[in-house]
Design a protein around this ligand. Structure first.
Ligand code: E4P
Length: 225
């Protein structure tokens, strides 16, 4: 499963990229608004931090296909070819995804709440589809179950499209989808940190350090070898 940072906070991105095996950064207009910075400068800085090899997801703003296509071209021109344009999975969005596919611009069908929305985005030619796990849970449905259904649809129809599961509020939601083998998940910094946030892990590593110190008075193998 690919793992993305669903955040535009520069310090968080630098820290997570340094520590974890991260495949890129996903943004949306609300995430950009939260950062309260010029979007062009902010996205350029994120691109500098993550390098050209990692993927950056940037969302097109217009709600009509023509506008989405114009935004998509400008986004890829501005932030490089390893940028995927998020397009809302609405009727005009499917039209834009079809056209962008023909022009070789990769897209992610976003704002996915239902399996058939994902089906249409994948069939239109999206490289990723982004179902919103926690928002679906909050509507009284089972977000993880919806994503599993989408995974079955993609696999059983042979679509060349991955799931970018999004809108997580806890690591258990991510765990279930990782076990199921979905293509990608995008999580906020605190959810990624929670993968290893565990007192038993902290105690185990502390005990190793203390036991070795008792034996040798040292804190590394290089001091005793
Ligand atoms: C990512 O692509 C989505 O836009 C995002 O994960 C939505 O998350 P939220 O439900 O926390 O806003």
């Amino acid at each position: 499963m690919e793992l993305y940072i669903d955040d535009a906070n520069i310090e968080a991105i630098k820290r997570l990229i340094d520590l974890y095996p991260i495949d890129g950064v996903t943004t949306n207009p609300s995430i950009l608004a939260k950062a309260r910075k010029d979007p062009k400068e902010l996205l350029s800085e994120i691109r500098r931090i993550i390098g050209e090899d990692r993927i950056l997801f940037v969302q097109a703003l217009p709600l009509d296909a023509k506008g989405m296509i114009e935004d998509a071209k400008k986004i890829v021109e501005s932030f490089g070819s390893n940028t995927i344009v998020k397009i809302p999975s609405i009727p005009e969005g499917f039209k834009a995804i079809k056209e962008l596919k023909k022009e070789g611009i990769r897209t992610c069908g976003t704002v996915v709440y239902t399996p058939l929305q994902a089906y249409l985005a994948a069939k239109a030619g999206a490289s990723y589809v982004a179902p919103y796990v926690n928002r679906i849970d909050n509507m009284g449905y089972d977000g993880v179950a919806v994503v599993k259904k989408i995974q079955n649809i993609l696999e059983n129809n042979g679509f060349d499209c991955k799931i970018l599961a999004a809108s997580f509020k806890n690591s258990n939601q991510v765990l279930e989808l990782c076990e199921y083998g979905v293509g990608a998940a995008t999580c906020s910094a605190d959810v990624i940190d929670s993968f290893v946030n565990n007192a038993a892990i902290d105690k185990a590593v502390d005990d190793f350090v203390k036991d070795f110190e008792k034996l040798t008075g040292k804190h590394s193998m290089k001091e005793v070898l």
